[in-house]
Design a protein around this ligand. Structure first.
Ligand code: MV4
Length: 495
């Protein structure tokens, strides 16, 4: 493989091109008019403008990207994450054009792209799954029958869904019919596929995912877990590896299950198997993501493996150069996603110009970004500015290094989520390691963000005190509820 086209933009395009360079592979960038001056365009050996800013007129134009690849003598296409990365038709079209899609086969993407077919494939390998319906529920009568066996609360999920879309919680049988209809309608309009299924609701779970890597000779290994429980409305905020709750035994069991999920679809390349872990440390397979994920760097830091290089090597038909026994966890890594969003204003995107942009540096700090000082953050795409990644000998060092790096990061011109990330990193529920997917809902409100300026802090404190007095009656009720809904993970520590 001598030339790779990167069908993506921003930090991930740059990150992929760096690995290509190290391997002596030429790179081609395709970019929209909004990204004309972006670092990834300058970094590439060749660059082609593919259209106006909106994704459906640029980064999603699969046929145009394939055409450009043929014209420029490209051997392989790396899709990154998002855009065309999980589009099975695109993967098939790339192959049909005589090019290499750097990722799994379109067949594997089709199986795992639908939750019901993913669960059906995984079932043959005896993978633990949340109890519920075996397939799609096609009528309210059938659904209610299964619901009474499953028990309440339960979830109705869309088979084609992702990121919590089309998911409804049902507390009592009386609500079932209404919630099922809502779920089917939501799934039909969002995905053009109204298939829904039932799962028992797992309360206060942790979201743990396993990185796998497969070659075209049937070898699959796992590269341990990433803990992604700190999320806000299905958007990951902080990721880390390893998880502070897994024992070596559970890690091995989850890793072997993830490899089996990969075997169930003859998986090639880098993929991620998502699990829920309940408070008794039972784990359940949820779904598989057939792409390189945003948070892949934390796995690279603790394993020392460049996942993009490995993706390219297996796409070239090479065998994995290491076995499961060769893989070890070294130290601890954290990633925070830095967004141009205002945490004090309901996380509304705050796009604009990066007036000041100075990255943190030093031992154990990695910044994956796609911007330079003075650039505008385009309104057309995800408002992520960068991924700030730290590495340390243990979790404590990775956390203190992250707080230091956040303090060293200088961004003006737009509001960012850095202060919000620092709040989470300093919270006792986070530092103790005993938190779950409800962390932000349970522990965060915008008044909690400390300000750099002391005068502002005093004003904020006074204002907070005034609010407290006004809200006294209602807050008593709220506190009681939030204590009850708080994670049960802390109690586990004593067991
Ligand atoms: C669940 C669950 C509880 N029980 N399934 C949300 C997105 C999708 N990937 C799976 N999700 C969940 N599925 C059962 N049976 C709770 C969630 C969930 C969640 C999962 C991972 C991370 C954050 C979450 C936030 C809310 C709900």
């Amino acid at each position: 493989m001598n030339k790779i086209l990167v069908a993506n933009r921003g930090e991930i395009a740059l990150r992929i091109m760096r690995s290509c360079r190290e391997m002596g592979i030429k790179t081609v960038a395709v970019y929209s008019e909004a990204d004309r001056n972006a670092p990834f365009v300058k970094y590439a050996d060749e660059a082609v403008c593919i259209g106006p800013p909106p994704s459906n007129q640029s980064y999603l134009l699969g046929d145009k990207i394939i055409e450009i690849s043929k014209q420029l003598g490209v051997d392989g296409i790396h899709p990154g994450y998002g855009f065309l990365s999980e589009n099975a038709s695109f993967a098939a079209a790339v192959k049909k054009a005589g090019l290499v899609f750097i990722g799994p086969s379109s067949e594997a993407m089709n199986i795992m792209g639908d939750k019901l077919s993913a669960k059906a494939a995984a079932k043959k390998y005896k993978i633990p799954m949340v109890p519920g319906s075996d397939g799609a529920i096609t009528s309210v009568v059938e659904g209610k029958k299964i619901a009474s066996l499953t028990g309440f609360p339960l979830l109705i999920k869309a088979s084609a869904g992702g990121g919590g879309k089309g998911m409804r919680i049902v507390e009592r049988i009386e609500e079932f019919e209404e919630q099922m209809k809502l779920a089917v309608n939501e799934a039909t309009s969002a995905f053009g596929n109204g298939a829904v299924f039932i799962e028992r609701y797992v309360a206060g779970p942790r979201h743990i995912e396993i990185q796998i890597l497969g070659d075209s000779h049937g070898n699959i290994v796992y590269l341990f877990e990433r803990e992604c429980s700190i999320q806000r409305r299905h958007q990951k905020v902080i990721e880390e590896a390893p998880s502070s709750v897994l024992t070596p035994e559970i890690r091995k069991a989850m890793g072997e299950c993830a490899v089996n999920v990969g075997k169930a679809c003859n998986y090639e390349g880098a993929g991620t198997v998502e699990f829920l872990l309940d408070e008794n440390k039972n784990f359940y397979f949820l779904e598989m993501n057939t792409r390189l994920q945003v948070e892949h760097p934390v796995t690279e830091m603790i394993t020392g493996i460049d996942l993009v290089k490995e993706q390219i090597k297996v796409a070239r038909g090479e065998r994995l150069s290491f076995t499961q026994a060769d893989l070890k966890i070294h130290g601890h890594s954290l990633e925070v996603r830095v967004y141009a969003e205002d945490p004090c204003n309901n996380f509304l995107p705050d796009i604009g110009k990066l007036v000041t942009y100075r990255r943190p540096q030093g031992l154990g700090v990695r910044v994956d970004d796609g911007f330079e000082e003075g650039m505008d953050i385009p309104i057309y795409y995800d408002p992520m500015i960068s991924k700030l990644i730290t590495f340390g000998k243990d979790r404590e060092e990775a956390i203190s290094r992250m707080i230091r790096a956040i303090d060293d990061y200088k961004i003006t011109g737009v509001e960012t989520t850095l202060s919000f990330c620092k709040f989470v990193l300093k919270h006792k529920a986070f530092t103790s390691g005993y938190f779950d997917t409800h962390f932000i809902k349970d522990h965060f409100s915008p008044e909690m963000l400390s300000t750099e300026n002391e005068d502002e802090a005093i004003v904020a404190a006074l204002f907070g005190a005034k609010l407290m007095t006004e809200k006294q009656v209602s807050s008593k009720v709220e506190n009681k509820e939030s204590v009850e809904s708080r994670s049960k993970w802390k109690a586990n520590r004593l067991n």
